[in-house]
Ligand binder design. Sequence first.
Ligand code: PEP
Ligand code: MG
Length: 577
Amino acid sequence: MSLWLSGIGVSRGIGIGRVQRLHGGDLEIPEYTLQPADIEHEVTRFFGAQRRAKEQLRQIRGQIPGGAPGEIAAFIDTHLLMLDDRSLTEAVVALIRSAQCNAEAALKKQRDALTAVFEQMEDPYLRSRKDDVQHVSARILRILLKQEKGMPVQRTEQSEPPVIVADDVTPADIILLSQQGVAAFITEYGGPLSHTAILARSFGIPTIVGLHNARRLLREGELVIVDGDLGHALADPDAQAQEFFQAKRQRQLADRAALSQLRDKPAISRDGIKIKLLANIEMSEDAVHAADLGAEGVGLYRTEFLYMNRRGLPDEEEQYQAYSRVVAAVKGPITIRTLDLGADKQVDSGSRQGPTPNNPALGLRAIRLCLKEPELFRTQVRALLRASAHGAMQIMLPMISSVQEFRQAQQIIVAATEQLRAEGRTVADNIPVGAMIEVPAAALAAPLLARHARFFSIGTNDLIQYTLAIDRVDEEVNYLYDPLHPAVLRLIRMTIEAGEQSGVPVAMCGEMAGDPRHTRLLLGLGLTEFSMHPASVLEVKRIIMESNVAELRRQAQRVLAARGMREFQDLVAGFGH
Ligand code: PEP
Ligand code: MG
């Protein structure tokens, strides 16, 4: 009998295959007290398992297919680093010695303690990092318990790709499994920000996470259809359902193939308006991937990731190397954003001493933190300026809320340029310095800012948060997060208009720019530069190529002039049609 199950769809597409359950069940962890004479032997056994886990991960890292997005290797590196992290290994060894307990029990105890710390974190991204602690611990535990066969193994026979059903799938599992061919993933745990979800999206494998009891409800070998768009799984489907989903799958595959034809075509609307499509990236490796997916350059390189997952701050030389790599890797222009730390983006070493702010999103974050800690800012600016010698770079300042703030940052950049040149170093001439427009004050004062900034980039993720007064990471008020709110659309238009009147180019790099549902409306508001997750570039390009921008601009004027909310909503809902 057919059975519908639902979870959270985190990677789109339809997958059809037979269930293969991974990890026969949760690990049974024995606990026993050691004889004093056995303690050092137990410590050695633990280190042996840790070493073997590292070997396994290095081997898997070596199997990452060429051309795979950089984030894939980075996730394995995160696990390798964690295997060496003192908070994991030293604590386990200390527990074995002090509590005289076996290695498995000590590791379980430390895993649970670390997981509890991550669970307390406010930031959903950091909270979901507890998965990494669990994945790494499970790998060592399986080695200690000699249960490695619970891990995915290379399939030898050429069978149909299965639907993997598991409590959770680690990044390493995904790499191994995706090479063998997988129709879809269903996991009991995890959320849209988990590494499993991010990697599944990178590999284009339909995936549902958070489907509780999946391993109990789905039988080994049973046929199952996974709809990653809707987060539904249909077990034991009848012939009619199979036909329906096969057809949907074929349509999606044909659509993807048609999209890939657009890769090298310019994004020009039907009425001849050229639109720039750029990528948002976090690591230098992403730059290559972005170009493969049709992006013309990089509109936002978030530099925070250089500062994360480490002790201490990266020095000028390390940053210079990293920025030079990115600048050299990007074909086309690259906009690098200076450090945007604070609020939802925390690092161990960047946090200041002092009382915890009540409203971190309104506190000392981004450019405010950089101006308060000039050394932190100067080090990054010097590294950026030195890297400017290797390609076309723009510098973008986040969370600008006043002209004075922009000017102050600009002066630091000018002074650093002079100093570097005095030291005999090469710095490109005339590097454009621009402002992110992500605070309503900046949008409202855009005509004044335009006298100083060489470009604007609208950060809708924050602009929406600050305009509608809703914390972007607070799940309780998520339902109010509305990119189509009239206030948001007006601020976007105001910014674009200020740019048009003063000859300052305006881009958008918030999530809204990569959401195909909003492409026509943004074209209508006059946007000509979109920067987004590389995976969305082709879909957005197709819409642009089918659009008549002049007509969309007329429609957008009507939206902005709407006198009542009903009229506004009707116009927005029917936009572009
Ligand atoms: C934004 O706020 O829209 C943006 C692009 O920056 P981030 O999401 O990194 O804050
Ligand atoms: Mg932002």
